[in-house]
Design a protein around this ligand. Structure first.
Ligand code: HPA
Length: 269
């Protein structure tokens, strides 16, 4: 397996540079079923991830594998439609390779979106929650291994992993996201455990990206769409990937509106 090192990232950056001279300021990553976010990009230039050297292409349903360069409210942005997950079998180096490239392209903000199960019973499916912190229960960290100081320091601070200022104007509920490795959904006992630890949401992505983006000095935010109540909260309910996907598609428009507001706010800074 290739190691997705700094030199590999330079090759990918050079490829992406051919498509647009404008340096993107903000990166947005669209999670499962949230591909419609692409509709808010003005004058889009579309790159197929399969053409980008070493770019890991997702096998997950609802992840189209496109990189879109363009603008939102005039701000140069780069949108990744789809991400790769640790549960797909990718190494952590592969999972965060796109984040490293975004950092090298010079973005200042990394805005993740994802699907999550609600552990907090005051949340409802269809709601969008601003993630204020996370608990990494994946049993892996993307920065493990030899450190390349061109990317980050050995021991990056995670005290302010999510930037509250980015969310402020959206007026959303906030929550702590617990990342599980997946791909099985959690057991009810795991959900209860995560709740006791202080988690409001359960998911299978994003945390490795946020660790890497913080380590590169990017300001981070994550908007989680509640797709379902986490396992066991409704004891009669059986979770399916289809219900998650359907809820995400339903929430896609609302999330796109929030992203425009978020970008408008960044433009005021
Ligand atoms: N658990 C983990 N990941 C998820 C869930 C869930 O309940 N819903 C959507 N993604």
């Amino acid at each position: 397996m290739s190691n997705h090192n700094y030199e590999d990232a330079i090759a990918a950056v050079n490829y992406i540079h051919k498509f647009s001279a404008a340096q993107p300021k903000t990166a947005i990553v669209a999670g499962s079923g949230l591909g419609d976010i692409a509709n808010i990009i003005e004058s889009p230039k579309i790159i197929d991830v399969h053409d980008v050297p070493k770019w890991p292409a997702s096998t997950a349903p609802g992840h189209s594998g496109k990189i879109i360069l363009g603008r939102i409210s005039g701000r140069p942005v780069i949108l990744l439609q789809g991400r790769v997950h640790y549960y797909e079998g990718y190494s952590m180096q592969e999972v965060v390779f796109p984040v490293r490239i975004l950092g090298m392209l010079g973005v200042s903000e990394y805005i993740a979106t994802n699907a999550a199960g609600a552990i907090n019973t005051s949340f409802l499916p269809g709601e969008i929650i601003a993630v204020k912190d996370h608990i990494n229960l994946m049993g892996a960290n993307p920065l493990r291994g030899p450190n390349d100081s061109r990317w980050n320091t050995r021991f990056p601070d995670m005290s302010r992993a999510y930037n509250p200022k980015i969310y402020e104007p959206l007026g959303l509920k906030t929550g702590v996201y617990a990342a599980f490795m997946g791909p099985s959904f959690e057991t009810p006992a795991e959900v209860r455990m995560a709740g006791l630890l202080g988690a409001d949401l359960a998911g299978m992505s994003t945390v490795p990206e946020i660790i890497t983006a913080n380590a590169m000095g990017l300001r981070c935010a994550c908007l989680s769409c509640v797709a379902n109540m986490a396992a066991g909260i409704d004891p009669d309910h059986t979770l399916t990937a289809q219900e998650v996907f359907d809820k995400m598609e339903e929430s896609s428009g609302k999330l796109a509106g929030l992203l425009v507001k978020l970008i408008d706010n960044l433009n005021q800074e």
